[in-house]
Design a protein around this ligand. Structure first.
Ligand code: ADP
Ligand code: MG
Length: 518
């Protein structure tokens, strides 16, 4: 397949990906039910989740999935927008190809349009600083229409508080590490019982009921090794022929474990978090020593605990000293229902936070987690540059309008710039379509209002009407839009430049434009 065929085939594949997620865009968008080969079900509205779970083989289609991932990594929201935009840019490029306009000309026009768009967006965005109310509005816009909708006021409050708390500011500006915010999920109760906790919450109870239920002035040891002799992974072969030998073996084993616990105790630790197992004998000695112990903690949680309490993660017990221990005001087991959770509060690092998500079923909790993460990403993006734009398609209409007005390139590139502007308008069009409104009427009306200088006129899909969305608090971070334009235009241009798909023989490294199927 060479030349036009290869190009058309790539465009078609990429467009199909965009078409799949299109119906999920916006507050009236639908959800997708994803079923994997094991029969596991995910119900979601989240662009990147849908695309990651889909089995996509075509190399060009895979590149569109990369657009969603880039968007997710850079902002944490706006994945559907970015993918839809990329699909639309390619669809419109095809119209130009039909008119015998060469793909390099289209690529050049798109490139100019993208650069211009970024400049226009900077200019027409609004500075808000750290206004908590606005931050809440941004979080709410992110969650509108998702499962989180019913409790979005409360979630928005949690999100705005959490992000503001982990924010750091110095001469170089604002930096936010969302890894400081741990998300823990627990089935049971309603989603409105979701809470923000200062400290780290683990969905684990202490290993033995006779251990203390709370430890004040906790001195915390973190281990990434097991407190047992033979893990299930290792298959130790021992030859025992007499009962005495067997007893000797057991004694030796017990002694080794006793020694291990002794080392923990000697360090001065009164709390132990272990990434691997803690066997019965170890539990016995730890209980005797009054050490609150939890086993099988995820590595990522161990790292969060390390950051929160200042503890060093230890792999060799001989190296454990008092200096390696972390600190917190209290470690306690909190019973919610029949199972307990471990709360580590008053940590050395006050930036350690946990959002504990509650909900009736796993599917609900997972989708709420995705919605909350969108909100966290959006609020963080806003605090980083302090700039927002009007949602509900307002910014897209204004951007397209200014782009058409400002660029007047002689030659055929101008046609590509106009198609670029049309592609941007696809966002409000799809928002309207998904809400059951007439897209043509809506776009016509929006354009008219913007011509009359109503720069924030957009779709308010709470009431299905056109109005000033900025004033209505339907607002989004500028970064969602700049990032979407960047990654969507990049991938469209890249695909337009390809005129041949060749089997390269050697497996390509991942994240390369050409997949390894060919
Ligand atoms: P994405 O994956 O791109 O974030 P979403 O499904 O979250 O996709 O939809 C985002 C779009 O929905 C944005 O264009 C945003 O402005 C719009 N939107 C959010 N809330 C509203 C609302 N209440 N009325 C109109 N549009 C809204
Ligand atoms: Mg979103």
């Amino acid at each position: 397949m060479i030349g036009r065929d290869a190009q058309r085939n790539n465009i078609l594949a990429a467009r199909m990906v965009a078409d799949t997620v299109k119906t999920t865009l916006g507050p009236r968008g639908m959800d997708k039910m994803l079923v994997d080969s094991m029969g596991n079900i995910t119900i979601t509205n989240d662009g990147v989740t849908i695309l990651e779970e889909m089995e996509i083989e075509h190399p060009a289609a895979k590149m569109l999935v990369e657009v969603a991932k880039t968007q997710e990594d850079a902002v944490g929201d706006g994945t559907t927008t970015a993918v839809v935009l990329a699909g639309k840019l390619l669809e419109n490029a095809e119209k130009l190809l039909d008119q015998k306009i060469h793909s390099t000309v289209i690529a050049k026009g798109y490139n100019m349009a993208a650069e211009k768009s970024l400049a226009i967006l900077q200019r027409i965005s609004t500075k808000i600083g750290k206004d908590q109310q606005k931050l809440k509005s941004i979080a709410m816009t992110a969650m509108t229409g998702k499962s989180a909708e019913t409790a979005k006021e409360k979630f928005a409050d949690i999100i705005a508080k959490a992000v503001s708390q982990v924010m750091e500011q110095d001469e170089r500006g604002v930096s936010i590490d969302l890894d400081n915010i741990k998300i823990e999920k627990r089935k049971g109760d309603g989603i409105e019982d979701t809470e923000l906790i200062e400290g780290i919450v683990l969905d684990k109870e202490k290993v033995h009921s006779d251990m203390p239920s709370n430890v004040k002035n906790a001195r915390i040891a973190l281990l990434d090794i097991a407190l047992e002799i033979k893990g299930p992974e290792t298959d130790t072969k021992i030859s025992i022929s007499t009962p005495e030998q067997f007893q000797a073996f057991l004694d030796k084993e017990e002694n080794m474990i006793k020694n291990m616990v002794e080392k923990v105790k000697k360090s001065g630790a009164n709390v132990l978090f272990c990434q691997k197992g803690i066997d019965d004998i170890a539990q016995y000695y730890l209980t005797k020593a009054g050490i609150y112990s939890v086993r099988r903690i995820a590595k990522s949680d161990l790292e969060k605990l390390s950051r929160a309490t200042g503890a060093k993660i230890i792999s060799n017990l001989n190296e454990l000293t008092a200096n390696d221990l972390g600190k917190s005001a209290i470690v306690e087991e909190v019973k919610k229902g029949s199972e307990g959770m471990t709360y580590v509060r008053g940590c050395l690092n006050p930036k350690a936070l946990t959002i504990l998500i509650r909900g009736g079923t796993e599917h609900v909790i997972d989708e709420i987690e995705r919605a909350i993460k969108d909100g966290l990403g959006d609020v963080a993006a806003t605090l980083q540059d302090g700039k927002i734009v009007a949602g509900g398609g307002a910014i897209e209409i204004e951007l397209a309008r200014q782009l058409r007005k400002e660029t007047n390139v002689k030659g055929r590139e101008q046609l590509a710039i106009e198609q670029f502007a049309d592609a941007i308008e696809a966002i409000p069009k799809i928002l309207a379509e998904n809400a059951g409104m007439d897209p043509i009427d809506v776009i016509t009306e929006l354009k008219l209002r913007h011509e009359r200088n109503e720069v924030h006129a957009g779709l308010n899909l709470f009431e299905n009407k056109i109005e000033n969305t900025m004033a209505k608090g339907i607002i989004e971070p500028l970064k969602i839009k700049t990032q979407a334009i960047k990654s969507a235009s990049e991938v469209a241009i890249m695909l337009l430049r390809i005129d041949d798909v060749i089997a390269s023989g050697k497996p390509a490294p991942s994240r390369m434009p050409m997949g390894d199927e060919y």
